[in-house]
Each structure stands twice: as C-alpha cells, then as structure tokens.
Design a protein around this ligand. Structure first.
Ligand SMILES: Nc1ncnc2c1ncn2[C@@H]1O[C@H](COP(=O)(O)OP(=O)(O)OP(=O)(O)O)[C@@H](O)[C@H]1O
Ligand SMILES: [Mg+2]
Length: 219
C-alpha cells in the first residue's frame, strides 16, 4: 500500500545540509499496525509528516497505492490525502476559530458528505469519545488531553483507511490512553492500516511491527 524508497530530508542552512532523515526504505502493507519509535529528535514526526503527504522529502520516492505521491499535482495529492488519510498531529493542530463540533466536521466537508449525514457522523463520534458536552467549546477552552481527544476524533471521523498518529496518547491519562489503543486495535481488526509514533512500549505492543529511528536512520 505504501512504499518509501531512498527517502532523504534535509534542511539547508548557510550552505550546510542538516539531515533529518537519511535513506529511509520500507513498505507498509494494507492492514498493518506499525509503531515508529526512537529518541526525541530522531525524525519520527518528520517521517510521519512525509507519510501523511504534509511534508515533502528532499529526495527519494513515496508510492501510495502505486501512485508516486510527490509527482502528483498538488490538487491530486490533496484529494488522495482527504480521501484516505486520517492524521493525528503531535501538537493537535485544531482550528482555533472553530468549535469542537466544527473541527470534527471539517474533514467530512472535504469529503463532500451531505449536511444531514455529517450531523449524524459527528454526533456519533462525539458520543464515542464522550465529548458531547464540549461540542460548542473552542480549542483554547479545553485541556491538553481534551484537545488531543478532539484531534483523534477528527482524524477518525471520515473513516480513513490509513491512520497516522503522532504520539496520540501523549497527553491522555492511562485509562484514556488504553481506550484509544483499544479503539485503534478494533479499527485495525476491521482492516484500517495504522502507523503510530510512540515512546510507550505498552502502546507499541498493540502494533505488529516496530520501526526504530536513530538520528534520522532506520536501525
Ligand atoms: N523545520 C525544521 N527546521 C530545522 N530543523 C528541524 C525542522 N523540523 C525538524 N527539525 C529537526 O529535525 C529533528 C527531528 O525532528 P522531529 O520532530 O522529526 O523529531 P521527533 O523524533 O518527532 O522528536 P520528538 O520525540 O521530540 O517529537 C530535530 O532535531 C528537529 O530539531
Ligand atoms: Mg515528534
């Protein structure tokens, strides 16, 4: 489903290249549940952003269902993302001007879902995440953990076939974290492909394979 070939990512500063990722190669099959681990600064978020088509590699090729993602036109790539990928950001990235309800509804609007259907999908997800009471609040009126839950809810709303989650439980209490991991497990059993970044061995154990990063390289 996903193939990364010789991916490099660097930043140029004053004629010098700082490498964030070096020669990354791997394949992800549909239905896999993968954990990316490694110390802080090892390039995990950078790699996940590339997988999420949010950030472009400096070199190398990314194939998503045999389409070369970064050779597509911006519009096609964006359509591919909206159609298939649910991304949970490490720093939530909720839209400050939108309520919890509207944040969760946004990806459904992108998918051209009808208003009546959106209402029922959002209601369902608010219920599932036990945040019905928060639906009219804005992100800055929520705790960090609540914002994280809304970020996960938004990523799952459109039923993506790939979930990319950057430390999805980093700000949750242990009970909430376990619930999210159980939810991921259920979705994975239903065929959803999952790639999570985690520092937690316990969370990683939910997956079937670990990719270890060190200094931008796969170990
Ligand atoms: N836009 C950028 N400009 C310069 N350096 C960057 C940029 N983005 C990331 N980096 C650097 O790249 C390295 C990898 O960052 P990344 O966010 O991928 O790490 P990470 O493994 O996700 O870390 P953490 O576990 O702390 O989230 C870090 O040293 C970071 O400072
Ligand atoms: Mg990170």
């Amino acid at each position: 489903m996903i193939q990364l070939k010789n991916i490099y990512k660097w930043i140029s500063t004053g004629g010098n290249r700082t490498f964030l990722l070096k020669d990354i190669n791997f394949t992800i099959k549909e239905g896999e549940f993968i954990s990316i681990m490694g110390p802080s600064g090892s390039g995990k978020s950078t790699l996940l952003h590339i997988l999420g088509m949010i950030d472009e590699p400096s070199e190398g090729e990314y194939l998503f269902e045999d389409q070369s993602v970064f050779k597509l036109k911006e519009k096609q790539r964006s359509a591919l993302y909206k159609q298939h990928i649910g991304f949970v950001f490490q720093a939530y990235h909720l839209i400050d001007e939108l309520t919890v309800y509207e944040n969760i509804e946004t990806p459904l609007i992108y998918q051209d879902m009808k208003s009546s259907e959106r209402k029922s999908v959002v209601a369902d997800i608010l219920d599932r995440f036990q945040i019905v009471g928060k639906k009219d609040l804005f992100p800055n009126q929520l705790s960090g953990g609540q914002q994280q839950l809304v970020g996960i809810a938004r990523a799952l709303a459109a039923n993506p076939k790939v979930i990319l989650a950057d430390e999805p439980t980093g700000n949750l209490n242990s009970k909430q974290a376990e619930e999210i991991m159980e939810l991921f497990k259920t979705l994975n059993q239903q065929g959803v492909t999952i790639v999570q970044v985690t520092h937690s061995e316990k969370n990683a154990a939910y997956g079937s394979r670990i990719i270890n990063l060190l200094d931008g390289r796969i170990e």
